[in-house]
Ligand binder design. Structure first.
Ligand code: ADP
Length: 191
């Protein structure tokens, strides 16, 4: 099973990605989490990514693509993966196509969570207080949303044209949203 979850910053992608990935026994691969782990560990990759992340900018495609390529080469991703936060640009879409084609597989579905913009900002500001993420200040949140609209939203059309898109309401309780995703993927959730 090869899945992508998309949606604006704060849409709840990470939370849902984990539930879905667990169900299918595949890893949830979050580029944001991998970058943050590298920043904390002070790796070369972390050093390259940190100032882009702090400013709410996208990390350059070459850096991000290479990181994802390495990650999906790991044996745990042989049966598939759930990508959260990748691809985010058209260049990343092409790169991912190449990576998947190389393995002889295909993407199964792209889940898009649609949410209310005002609600999102509220969620992110709350998360800022709870987690203290360096990129959860109001200006940076705004920049991340702007970039999503400019660079990532166009990907929805690409995947719609391929017949892969599953667009869902991302508002409401976490488990309601999970339920909607499972229904759309036509699977019975494990309790
Ligand atoms: P968000 O809640 O904004 O979706 P993420 O945790 O997914 O946050 O990502 C945090 C940051 O990591 C992004 O703002 C960006 O700097 C970087 N990042 C994550 N994924 C990508 C990607 N696919 N391409 C470029 N930069 C990325």
């Amino acid at each position: 099973m090869r899945l992508i979850i998309m949606g604006p910053p704060g849409a709840g992608k990470g939370t849902q990605a984990k539930f879905i990935a667990d169900h299918f026994g595949i890893p949830a691969i979050s580029t944001g989490d991998i970058f943050r782990a590298n920043v904390s560990a002070g790796t070369e990759l972390g050093v390259k990514a940190e100032h882009f992340m702090d400013a709410g900018e996208y990390v350059p495609d070459e850096v991000t693509n290479q990181m994802v390529r390495n990650r999906i080469d790991e044996p745990d991703a042989d049966p598939g993966f759930m990508l959260d936060g990748y691809p985010r640009t058209l260049a990343q879409v092409e790169e991912l196509d190449g990576m998947i084609k190389f393995t002889g597989h295909a993407l199964d579905a792209v889940v898009v969570l649609t949410v209310d913009e005002d609600e999102i900002v509220q969620r992110l500001l709350q998360r800022a207080e709870l987690e203290g993420r360096a990129d959860d200040t109001e200006d940076v949140i705004r920049r991340r949303q702007e970039l999503y609209t400019e660079q990532t939203e166009p990907l929805i059309g690409v995947y719609r044209d391929r017949g892969l898109l599953i667009e869902l309401d991302g508002m409401g309780e976490v488990d309601q949203v999970t339920q909607r995703i499972f229904e759309a993927l036509d699977v019975v959730p494990q309790s």
